[in-house]
Write a protein that binds this ligand. Structure first.
Ligand code: PEP
Ligand code: MG
Length: 754
């Protein structure tokens, strides 16, 4: 096998000279392929660029028929070149033609070549094209040659990404800048149009080729040393930087900082003639490509950690501090982040923020809760989002479907802009209803309240004209905190809630943790069935200290005003009476110490465990009020995990069985004279709420966005007529059959907006 005459260092030096020449982009590329072919001793060197129509176009060649340049195009799933683009990995073959993916293109005259080495042109893990060398003999390319070609590919990737090659084939952009549409999961509803702001901007490496290799080696070593000691210090201090960086993550990052394979690969890249920062980027680009193909979430997380470390190194090498983007926040900003804590989101200027896009983050993540509270459209689980977009790119976030559109075409942009206008018009109509009392046409008053959990939620009270807070989920304060909120912190929060709500009634729910609501600072329990495990009131009764602290904070904060407290996940009357006993003891304690007590203290029970349906009279007599937590009630009634999308559609809450369960609660509460509210998601959907009104419910608590649509429905129904319909339909249906079709056509015939 012939040895490369000058090795990668010489090649990079030549490339640097070629990059500096004042010639056209095509002439430069033509020169580069000649240089590479000579350096690797190959008869052929070709560059293919991935176009926005997903074809790979021959942009330059040494050795193949030059007339084929800008003519030969391969589909991205075609040929060996397509395979490399797809897999984002090098491919080395001594006999290319025997490979099943070999695609023969007569115009290139390539049938006489046997040996084939192709490497992807990668940037931040995305494939921009493919670089290929070929030989007539059946030769085997050495690891050094593969490595050298990958390093060269990096220089070409920058040429593509910088747009220098755009002019070579007008009419179609390179894939690096093409429109991209991707679907993730919806986190917060709404449509946002704007421009990308990277939460932690990627560092763009501009200086790729070393002028002096020895100096670059020293720079790399110094940077590694610095980053290592910074991480050591963080681990020793035992706290995180910024939000949520736990000790465990830091320990993993520290482990990687000492990873020999990683360090060796970066050192080799510098030795081959790259600058220190280009070497870090070069090795990281491979890692990112691996990460994107990795489906094991654990390994993907580890590769993320490595990405973190590479970013720290890059920042150190190019002298940038981690920015939070606050300074350069443009109007209509769409934040794009790998992951982000709720505190980081709250740091941004709300007024300019139009959307959030995350690579991670499920619908129940804290960032999703905060985005919903702020009314910012958000989408999660968009793979590689931070590499797909560059700062300033146009982007659309569709928080309803979970889709994003990066660099959208004008047609897509105007379709979304139209949708956003429609939504805004509808919102304006709902705002116009703000001060209209929620009353049916036959004068039945319906109480519409808000579900809340953070202080920022309370601004929606004035916006929506809701009558009060029907469910304040206190666990949210605990979930977004770094550590257990102290008694004083809890009291301050509740005081702020009461200050913000003024005269309006607020129903506070005690801590509903466990199940899917995990506190990061509490040791996680290994339970077979956490939804049925040690959670909510069960923890409160078994560990009364936690409940007592919360109750005391609530009672103190509500001094002199009315207070409504309710308990989650109550399964027996006895659980409620025990909880009431704890409240009474706290009240007695405060009274003894001279505190002013709430002017009135009502204690309620959430109806979310089906066992309560069979002791409903007793519980309605004991409690001051009931609140139907339909999310959990349905989950337990139908044995359907509320967070499992696979089973989510297996029952309809408007089916006979569910409706009869709701009827039992409504009828018996009324008979006993116990007020009852529905506070699960079902109470925020107009059609379902209409059915519940038909069953006799008069009070609902829902998310802020639901108030307008539900009120519009309420204003256009006759409660008595809906009751008749429900009664007659419930008399007819057998279990499992849904009332939905009958209710829908009823609403349609009467022009009721549902
Ligand atoms: C419910 O279960 O319906 C409810 C309102 O409580 P959460 O959604 O917080 O469990
Ligand atoms: Mg619940």
């Amino acid at each position: 096998m012939p040895a490369a005459p000058g090795g990668p260092r010489l090649l990079l030096r030549r490339l640097r000279e070629a990059m500096a020449e004042p010639v056209s982009a095509q002439a430069r590329l033509d020169r580069i392929v000649v240089l590479i072919a000579a350096n690797v001793i190959a008869e052929v060197c070709s560059v293919y660029v991935l176009r926005d129509d997903n074809t790979l176009e021959l942009f330059a060649t040494e050795g193949l028929n030059r007339d084929a340049v800008h003519i030969t195009r391969l589909r991205a799933d075609e040929g060996l070149v397509g395979l490399i683009a797809r897999q984002a990995e090098p491919l080395s073959l001594s006999d290319a033609q025997s490979h099943p993916n070999f695609a023969y293109r007569p115009e290139t005259g390539e049938e006489i070549y046997h040996a084939f080495l192709g490497v992807p042109l990668l940037r931040a893990g995305n494939t921009l094209g493919v670089l290929v060398v070929q030989n007539k003999t059946y030769r085997v390319y050495s690891d050094e040659e593969i490595e050298a070609l990958q390093t060269t590919a990096m220089v070409l990737s920058e040429m593509i990404a910088s747009g220098e090659l755009q002019a070579l084939a007008p009419g179609a952009g390179s894939a690096a800048r093409r429109p991209v549409s991707q679907r993730g999961v919806p986190l917060a509803d709404g449509i946002g149009l704007g421009h990308v702001v990277l939460h932690e901007p990627r560092i763009i490496v501009k200086r790729l080729i070393a002028e002096n290799v020895e100096i670059e080696v020293e720079r790399l070593e110094a940077a590694i040393e610095d980053v290592r000691s910074a991480i050591d210090e963080l681990v020793e201090r035992g706290d995180g930087i910024g939000s949520g960086e736990s000790r465990e993550v830091l320990e993993t990052v520290r482990m990687f900082a000492h990873d020999k394979g990683w360090l060796r690969r970066m050192r080799e890249a510098v030795q081959s003639g790259l600058t220190a920062e280009a070497a870090v980027e070069r090795v990281q680009s491979d890692n990112r490509a691996r990460m994107l193909r990795q489906s094991d979430p654990y390994l993907r997380d580890r590769l993320h950690d490595l990405d973190d470390l590479a970013n720290r190194l890059l920042r150190r090498l190019v002298g940038q501090e981690p920015g939070n983007g606050l300074a350069a926040m443009p109007d209509n900003a769409i934040l794009v982040a790998r992951s982000m804590g709720p505190a980081a989101l709250l740091d941004y200027e709300r007024a300019n923020l139009r959307g959030v896009v995350l690579e991670e983050g499920g619908p129940t993540s804290h960032i999703a809760i905060v985005a919903r509270a702020l009314g910012i459209p958000a989408v999660g689980e968009i793979a590689n989002a931070t590499a797909l977009c560059d700062s300033g790119d146009a982007i659309i976030v569709d928080g309803a479907s979970g889709e994003i559109q990066v660099r959208p075409t004008p047609e897509i942009e105007s379709a979304y802009a139209e949708q956003a206008r429609l939504r805004a018009r509808r919102q304006a109509q709902y705002r116009a209803l703000r001060d209209v009392p929620a009353m049916t046409r036959d004068k039945v008053r319906i109480g519409l309240n808000l579900n809340a959990g953070l202080l920022i939620d309370l601004s929606h009270l004035a916006e929506t004209g809701a009558e009060g807070i029907g469910l304040f989920r206190t666990e949210l304060q605990f979930m977004v905190a770094q550590r257990m909120p102290s008694a004083a912190e809890q009291q301050t929060l509740y005081e702020s809630v009461f200050a913000a709500t003024g005269e309006l009634p607020v129903t506070i729910r005690t801590l509903d943790i466990g199940g899917d609501k995990i506190l990061p600072y509490m040791p996680a329990l290994e339970e077979e069935n956490p939804a049925l495990g040690w959670r909510a009131i069960r923890i409160g009764l078994d560990r009364p200290a936690l409940l007592r602290v919360q109750l005391r904070a609530l009672l103190k904060a509500a001094a002199g005003r009315p207070l409504k407290i309710m308990f989650p996940m109550v399964a027996t009357v006895e659980e409620f009476t025990r909880a009431r006993g704890i409240v009474e003891r706290e009240k007695a304690h405060l009274r003894r110490h001279g505190y002013v007590l709430p002017s009135d203290c009502k204690l309620g029970v959430m109806v979310e465990v089906p066992s309560l349906l069979f002791q409903i009279d007793e519980i309605a007599r004991e409690a001051d009020f009931l609140s139907v937590g339909s999310n959990d009630l349905m989950q337990f009634l139908f044995a359907v995990d509320r967070d499992n999308r696979r089973v989510a559609d297996r029952f309809d809450p408007l089916c006979g069985a569910a409706m009869r369960a709701f009827r039992v609660i409504s009828d018996r509460a009324e008979a006993v004279g116990c007020p009852v509210t529905v506070c699960g998601e079902i109470g925020g959907r107009p059609l379902e709420t209409m059915a519940l009104i038909g069953l006799g419910f008069r009070h609902f608590s829902m998310s802020p966005a639901a108030i307008g649509p539900v009120k519009a429905m309420v204003l256009s129904i006759e409660a008595a007529e809906v009751r008749e319909l429900i009664e007659s339909e419930l008399g007819k249906v057998t279990d499992g059959v849904s009332l939905r079709p009958a209710l829908t056509s009823f609403a349609k015939a009467r022009g009721i907006p549902v």
